[in-house]
Design a protein around this ligand. Structure first.
Ligand code: FAD
Ligand code: UDP
Length: 370
């Protein structure tokens, strides 16, 4: 059998490409070396019937109407706004830092203007802003940096804030009002039946053959295709010939608590300065499931293991640029996704990138035919 497209990786990047190409009539073989589709967004019921995310908590949020409407073809949604508390010296405060955080931490009664003025006194203006340390000191100053950011970052990345590009800490805003939502995007929803069900609907198409537990190396010589879409680590694709791109990994410690309906007040509690894990997430908050017992996950960052995060810092970005040049000089293969583009993408950004890739490939097909 000859396929039009071989898609390597059945996460958001690969599945969206496969769906779009199949809808346009192309024959697609979608493979993943894991035994399931969904990539890191895969969810499943644990032994106790609680819907959990084996590869860490995934909360969908986007400002892109186009991405939201695209995914809405394959799922209904449950409204969910994520909230995070960060424990500092034994007490839990809202994160992102907001007016409540400042008032509780410093025993103040600031109004919104007062909170802005207080932060203006705390902040250490930095210019230019190059690193994550610059971002944090520039917005909240040294004391809040040490309490909320430096320790968490060291655990998460094995690096100091000053060694990471600005974009990492810039993910977390600072607020002077009482908004305690982690995200402020226009669309904040969880797929009502979970991510895996959404992926399964996306991939139900006669033009798509899905083969899980199948690595690229296993089909290279036995299957024929016209064009490949590759969503795994880009350095692995090229046999690490320019050296290894560093990725940060995690160990997930899942626990079920049969005797507790709830474990914590909000979806995620961060531990910037205590424990070896960075955060604990309780899935029932995210999914809206109501049942006896509850399931949580602790995230332990580590250097070795599955690649979960590209590590945004200048030396790595430089090495990636060299791999990208190799990729551009490799006809017949398109690279897309968090690992293939070495970008700290959220799910919605991957969907957007994959939609663009599929659109371009179909355009090229059309040009080739005319
Ligand atoms: P992946 O999901 O990694 O899929 C790539 C797939 O390729 C994998 O399944 C892999 O098995 C397969 N593969 C690789 N190499 C090969 C090969 N040689 N042969 C066959 N298959 C191969 N984003 C959000 O928007 N909100 C969140 O709350 C959020 N939380 C996150 C929490 C954690 C702990 C992590 C790690 C990420 C989180 N993300 C979140 C980011 C989100 O996971 C990614 O943006 C998205 O899943 C990336 O999709 P992808 O298809 O690019 O990659
Ligand atoms: N961060 C921090 N303290 C926190 C939460 C986040 O220092 O309590 C920093 C840390 O460097 C982290 C980054 O902000 O890696 C981005 O956090 P986010 O919650 O977006 O990380 P993700 O969910 O992608 O792991």
């Amino acid at each position: 059998m000859k396929y039009d497209y071989l898609v390597v990786g059945a996460g958001f990047a690969g599945s969206v490409c496969a769906q779009q190409l199949a809808e346009a009539g192309r024959r697609v073989l979608l493979i993943d070396k894991r035994p399931h589709v969904g990539g890191n967004a895969y969810d499943q019921r644990d032994r106790h019937g609680v819907l959990v995310h084996p590869y860490g908590p995934h909360i969908f949020h986007t400002n892109s109407k186009r991405v939201f409407e695209y995914l809405s073809q394959f799922t209904t949604w449950r409204f969910y706004e994520h909230r995070v508390l960060a424990v500092v010296n034994g007490r839990a405060y809202p994160l992102p830092i907001n007016r409540t955080t400042l008032n509780q931490l410093y025993g103040l009664e600031l109004d919104e203007a007062g909170a802005a003025a207080y932060l203006a006194r705390l902040r250490e203006p930095r210019d230019p802003i190059r690193t994550s340390e610059d971002v944090v000191l520039n917005s909240v100053g040294r004391d809040l940096c040490e309490k909320f950011f430096r320790g968490y970052t060291k655990k998460q990345w094995g690096l100091d804030l000053s060694e990471l590009s600005a974009g990492v800490a810039a993910r977390i805003p600072t607020r002077t009002n009482d908004d305690d939502r982690y995200f402020t995007d226009a669309f904040q929803f969880m797929p009502a039946d979970g991510y895996t069900a959404m992926f399964e609907r996306m991939l139900t198409n006669n033009n798509i053959t899905v083969s899980v537990s199948t690595a690229l190396a296993e089909v290279r010589d036995s299957v024929q295709w016209r064009h490949m879409i590759y969503t795994g680590p880009i350095d692995e694709f090229f046999g690490y010939r320019l050296g290894r791109l560093p990725y940060r990994s995690l160990r997930f410690e899942h626990e079920h608590l049969p005797d507790r309906e709830w474990y914590q007040r909000v979806g995620t509690v961060n531990y910037p300065n205590d424990h070896e894990y960075t955060r604990i997430t309780e899935f029932k908050h995210l999914t809206g499931q109501r049942c006896a017992g509850t399931s949580i996950v602790r995230e332990y960052p580590q250097a070795e293991g599955d690649p979960y995060y590209p590590i945004p810092r200048p030396a790595n970005e430089e090495l990636f640029r060299k791999y990208r040049e190799l990729a551009e000089a490799t006809p017949g293969v398109t690279f897309v996704g968090r690992l293939a583009e070495y970008r700290y993408y959220n799910m919605d950004q991957v969907v957007g990138a994959a939609l663009a890739v599929a659109r371009n490939l179909l355009k090229q097909d059309k040009q080739a035919q005319s």
